[in-house]
Design a protein around this ligand. Sequence first.
Ligand code: ATP
Length: 626
Amino acid sequence: MTLRTRLRVRRRWPETVRGIFLVLSVLPRVGRGRTWLLGIGVLLAAALPIAVAVLMGLLIGVIPDAVRDGMDSAAGDRAVTLMCVVAVLVVLARALGPVLTAGASTLGRDLDRYLQERVLAAVGGPRGIAHLEDAEVQNEVRIVRGLGMSAQRPSETVEALPQILTEWLRALGAAAVLFAFHWWLGLLWLVVWPAVVYRMQRDYVRIGEEGYGQSTEFRHAEYVRDLALNPGPAKEVRIWGMLGWLTDRFEDRWRTAVTPLRKARTPHLSMLLPTGALVLALNLASYGLLAWAAVKGHLELEAVSVFVMALSNANSYAVGDEHFSLSYAAITVPRVLRLEERLGEVADDGGSLPVPSGAPKEGVRFEGVRFSYPGADREVLHGLDLTMRAGQSLAIVGENGAGKTSLVKLLCGLYEPTGGRITVDGTDLAGLDPGQWRGRVAALFQDFGRYHLPVRDNIAFGAPGRAADMDALRAAAEKAGILDVIEELPEGWDTVLSREYTGGVDLSGGQWQRVALARAMFAVEAGARVLVLDEPTAALDIRAEAELYDRFLELTEGLTTCLISHRFSTVRRADRIVVLDGGRVAEDGTHEQLIELDGRYAHMFNLQAERFRAGKVPAGEEVMDA
Ligand SMILES: Nc1ncnc2c1ncn2[C@@H]1O[C@H](COP(=O)(O)OP(=O)(O)OP(=O)(O)O)[C@@H](O)[C@H]1O
């Protein structure tokens, strides 16, 4: 039975029990041998004090005979043996404590890591990125993002487990010993304390759930706080004097989030008082009965001693922080697995057909494609028909918000059409293996990633499997016009692209864009056949843009290229141009054909050309455009 199935099977179980059960199910995957050792250690730690109690009783019973007959007698021998065994067991019990704590602590840390890896795998599972824009998934992701942090550590569950289990087993064992005194008293001890502890545990879980219920508020608070903390938005935060506003907003959101938590944490006197009274009454009755039996001579001295120790052990349930730690198991672990299950269902939707080598050989077709973003009412594409011929470059133009970037996101498989289909050489893209298709597409998006990692990694991410291929990395950097800059960096290819790290450097906006282009070019070196360039020159200076477009044909040679740009000097170099309007293709043709058509494209082109002629743009662009 898989863990997921077990999760479903146990769904009807109380939250606390289910959480602990799940932690115990997961632990062997983290470290089978260590889990077994921990289990044996817990059993030993529970059994040793009970054994000591019984042996002490026997010792007390034998001492009068030993005193009377002398230490050389059989009774004397027995007393010495018992004393030695008790001494060894006491030392063992003391030594076992720190060993268990250390073992549980390392196993717990490994559990934190293991769960985080499962979350990473789950979030990376679905073929697209729609799930990452789902507010509910983000709420869950925020919770699991805290895994391993000081505030949220399932490892604390594992650290607490040996102590709690030991205490439980010891208390249950002691209650079993009390059966020998009065069976009904033993039964009462077996039932009352566990019921009390379980009730407390339910409260802890309720408080934890209340906290996680505030995920959206906490996310807002953290977002606003990070705006003030991160260097990215720091410029605008200073220039607009936003700090006061951010602090006020952070405080407001934080208060909104924690107020219900504070209320939930207030102990319920209605629960505490009867619980305390019940435990007190049980203790008074038990000790009273024992004293009565001893005074009346119904029990031998050794039996009284054993029962007194048993009563003391039967009270040994921890009611401190360890039990609060258990709620981490009850709350976080099921959430991780639920997130995994939820995203696993999305991930299962992907196709499995291999992408033929060299594809696309004929082209990629959008056939009546409709698309709206998850949760959005408005449709971005309304039955779009478009053919991208293999080996050709296609430029897409249109007004802001026309749907150009959305179209290429569909092409990259980051979202799925809500209607119609996209085919690659006639095969539905939805049926193709998503991993293989991604390997066939290289993309430079407007909002490309700026990774605070060595420049080598920043480029190698285009094809991580070929990260060691230095020749291909250099060739990609050369094509993107960034090789000289990289070779002059203080640590060369190993220079971290962030001043937040010692020895790191930051690049200019245009240099960053070239690094991102190099990443796409590296993917091409590794076998990508479709190249998406979404505003690839937005951050480049005039000379750099001119250089890049002089090499456009060389860069895109043999590739199926999709270029989005608002710069018509750039667009006109494409083999074909389409104008997107109202979620459909409004015009389609070469630059010359569209100028002749005298439609939208011609209008937009002439508008920009007039601005050049009127000198409303820097002189260099005019030169470039000529
Ligand atoms: N992740 C998203 N979730 C919901 N709506 C989105 C998302 N991304 C874009 N949109 C919406 O989809 C529409 C088309 O956006 P898109 O980015 O495709 O336009 P575009 O033609 O590339 O615009 P621009 O020229 O400004 O880059 C816009 O109305 C935008 O608000």
